[in-house]
Design a protein around this ligand. Structure first.
Ligand code: ACM
Ligand code: ZN
Length: 724
């Protein structure tokens, strides 16, 4: 009754003052299942709020009913989690003055596994950041935190029984001066709490604190102890659990050795003690190099003794044996789709990362599955196509892609649908060194993921999501959370030459509804610059520069495309050395079409030459003054065979028969392992009159010593040749 009077009085007061808000679209993320609006607004303060758990009203423990009316707001949850989520919805419905639209929200999640992963092994992230990460997850109603605690270079979990895991195995990445590519080195001292994020681990006390923090936010922490591969730190610290024939730090455990299982089972005991509420132990199981098993007499003896026909079955033996132990402790085992190889352990849950197929197979065979397909929900992949994006692993999972993620595939038998527990996104941190960068990769993609996992497919609506996201970005800013504006960054959606030879460019962006301004003279667009409407028609040589604006300020990155309509544009190109059939870049016109390739090696606009030089001749159509040539190349040492050429030569000719050297330079090796696009400006000593331009880029032939794939063919990737 007290509430009723207060609210009624508040309402009258507010109306009298004329501050009742204009109706506006509710911006709740993730979208609730049902929201019946009452058409009015009330002001809700803490005293006008009641909460209760009532399973008779709401059956799903994560579901809730939120009622907002003249007598205040009431949240009834099917469990405490439901109340928690209902209060979040109320908070998102409220405007800055406390006004909330009246109505009834009935809501419950579509999936019960709404997961977010973090790799703290490749780079270490301190406890305080993990808590912030959990805050962000809870805000998006994620209820699983998959904590990737051990991998390659870092074992991040304190062990009483095996202290060397964290004490000796603090690896750091180094540049070896003899082989200047990134390598690994082991540092002797523990680097806990050092500024070097390659070191560091969580004490047991840290873990208990984090698990409790997650519990308060209705998040289950699933620990992962990776096995039998990806365990370099462990096999360096305790080489006796790797195959005797393997190098130290080989990273693969030996299933031929019974003591390997004792070691891992004792570790699992410690893990279970730290994560009592996790129903699962994640054992990884992905990407196991099995060559060492083939060379190991113990492993071969195990195969014979167990009647295993190959190394896949040996892996399956390993996983089954671990599952048996984990099950005996009352826990379930989960692992990546490779655990299907050689036969799935009887009770295993499959986390499907290479695609949906593993999860589909598992579900149809009656196993639970969680979908984590890398080309939808790997958040270490790029979220934008602009070269401004920080180095990422590869791929491109932009907001629409994440939003379209649906863990339930039509290939799953309808009677097996319930085995699809839900989905998850992963953040691997090979290229991510700082908390700030993690947040950048996480937000706002997590908003798209949360709606993909919470909201029924029929209630999903991309355009409404875009509008809601604009308000969500303000919420992030208010909380001090870093987020990406990649979705606002303009890109070239389409371009073509019209009949009069002008270049017609259409811009796009993942998030529409923001004004985009542009210039054609290379200057940065300000608020006074031309406003983009349907297309831009470029009739003269130009550098296109475009920028989105949000709330009157530049947002996202600048799109800049130089050298449009240069002398080479649409020239006839003949090749002395053919480009590779798999990397045509778009064919004979690819280098002069004014479409510039992006930083990712998988951009189809790159034209590739395997082992051979690139040599081509441009016919400009008529003789004209030429002052130089500009051309760019890709290099990506860490994960491709693409390297810069070793030299560049340019000739000119008036008749196409007699060619004269106009410019020549050698290219120094650059061993930076980051992806790079390197432009070369070959300005002639003096302008020459020419119709034909011949360009050769010299390929080094084979990859040099020190390259991860030394001795195999070297590639040249080029895109866009400019003549000026
Ligand atoms: C994985 O990304 N290797 C699970
Ligand atoms: Zn072995």
């Amino acid at each position: 009754m007290r509430n009723l009077i207060l609210v009624a009085f508040g309402g009258v007061f507010a109306v009298a003052c004329g501050v009742r808000p204009e109706p506006r679209e509710a911006a709740v993320i993730p979208q609730p299942r049902a929201f019946v609006e009452g058409g009015d607004f009330v002001r809700i303060g803490p005293e006008d709020l009641r909460t209760a758990v009532d399973t008779a009203v709401v059956s799903d423990p994560e579901g809730y009913r939120l009622t907002v009316g003249p007598d205040g707001a009431e949240v009834v949850g099917g469990g405490e989690a439901g109340v928690f989520y209902g209060l979040q919805t109320l908070e998102q419905l409220k405007d800055s003055a406390g006004w909330v639209p009246t109505g009834v929200v009935n809501d419950a999640p579509r999936f019960r596994w709404r997961g977010m992963h973090l790799d703290v092994s490749r780079h270490f992230f301190p406890k305080e950041f993990i808590k912030k990460y959990l805050d962000i997850l809870a805000y998006h109603r994620m209820n699983v935190f998959h904590w990737h605690l051990t991998d390659g270079i870092g074992w991040r979990l304190e062990s009483d029984r095996y202290p060397l895991l964290t004490q000796r195995a603090a690896w750091r990445r180094v540049k070896d001066p003899k082989a200047p590519w990134i390598g690994l080195e082991l540092s002797d001292e523990s680097r806990r709490d050092s500024a070097d994020t390659y070191g560091g681990y969580y004490t047991k006390e840290d873990v208990r604190e984090i698990v409790a923090y997650a519990r308060e936010r209705h998040i289950t922490v699933i620990p992962e102890i990776e096995m039998p591969g990806h365990s370099e730190a462990a096999t360096f610290a305790y080489p006796e659990y790797a195959c005797p024939t393997a190098q130290p730090g080989s990273g693969v455990y030996c299933p031929g050795n019974d003591s390997t299982f004792v070691f891992l089972q004792q570790l699992i005991d410690e893990v279970i003690d730290l994560f009592p509420e996790s129903p699962y132990i994640h054992i990884g199981g992905d990407e196991v190099g099995k060559e060492q098993w083939s060379a190991c007499p113990r492993c071969q003896a195990r195969k014979r003794a167990e009647g295993l026909k190959d190394e896949h079955e040996l892996q399956s033996y390993f996983v089954r044996r671990m599952e048996q132990y984990i099950n005996s402790k009352g826990k379930a085992m989960i692992g990546y789709d490779e655990i299907l190889e050689g036969g799935l352990a009887p009770n295993a849950t499959v986390m499907s990362w290479t695609g949906f197929e593993g999860g589909v197979r598992a579900a149809n065979a009656g196993h639970d599955a969680v979908m984590v397909p890398l080309d939808y929900v790997y958040f270490d992949h790029y979220q934008g196509q602009n070269p401004c994006e920080p180095q990422a692993w590869g791929g491109y999972n932009g907001l629409p892609r994440v939003y379209s993620f649906d863990p339930v595939r039509p290939e799953v038998d309808s009677s097996k649908r319930h085995h699809i527990l839900g989905g998850q996104a992963n953040i691997w941190t090979e290229s991510i060194r700082t908390p700030d960068h993690v947040e950048y990769m996480l937000l706002p993609r997590l908003a798209a993921l949360s709606e993909a996992l919470w909201t029924d497919t029929t209630a999903k609506d991309w355009e409404r999501f875009e509008r809601k996201l604009d308000r969500q970005l303000d919420r992030y800013a208010a909380r001090g959370w870093r987020y990406a504006e990649s979705g606002l960054t303009p890109f070239i959606a389409d371009q073509h030459f019209n009949d009069s030879g002008a270049l017609v460019v259409r811009l796009g962006a993942e998030l529409t509804g923001y004004p985009v301004r542009y210039t054609l003279d290379g200057s940065l667009p300000t608020e006074g610059a031309a406003l983009y409407a349907d297309s831009i028609v470029i009739r003269e040589p130009a550098t296109l520069t475009a920028q989105a604006f949000r709330n009157g300020r530049p947002a996202g990155c600048v799109l800049q495309v130089p050298h449009l309509l240069n002398r080479a544009t649409r020239a006839k190109v003949s090749y002395a050395t053919p480009y590779n059939a798999a990397y045509t870049g778009g064919g004979d016109t690819a280098l002069v079409d004014n479409r510039y390739a992006f930083k990712r090696g998988d951009d189809r606009a790159w034209q590739g030459f395997e082992r051979t030089d690139m040599e081509l001749t441009l016919d400009l159509g008529e003789e004209q003054p030429v002052a130089g040539v500009w051309i760019q190349f890709l290099q990506h040492l860490a994960s491709t065979s693409v390297m810069l050429p070793t030299g560049l030569t340019v000739w000119t000719s008036t008749d196409g028969n007699r060619f004269t050297i106009a410019a020549e330079r050698s290219v120094a090796d650059d061993s930076d392992s980051e992806v790079m696009i390197r432009p070369f400006d070959l300005r002639f000593k003096a302008p020459v009159s020419a119709r034909y331009i011949r360009i050769r880029a010299t390929n080094r032939g084979v990859l040099p010593a020190g390259h991860p794939r030394a001795g195999s063919p070297a590639w040249i990737f080029t895109d866009e040749v400019v003549v000026y």
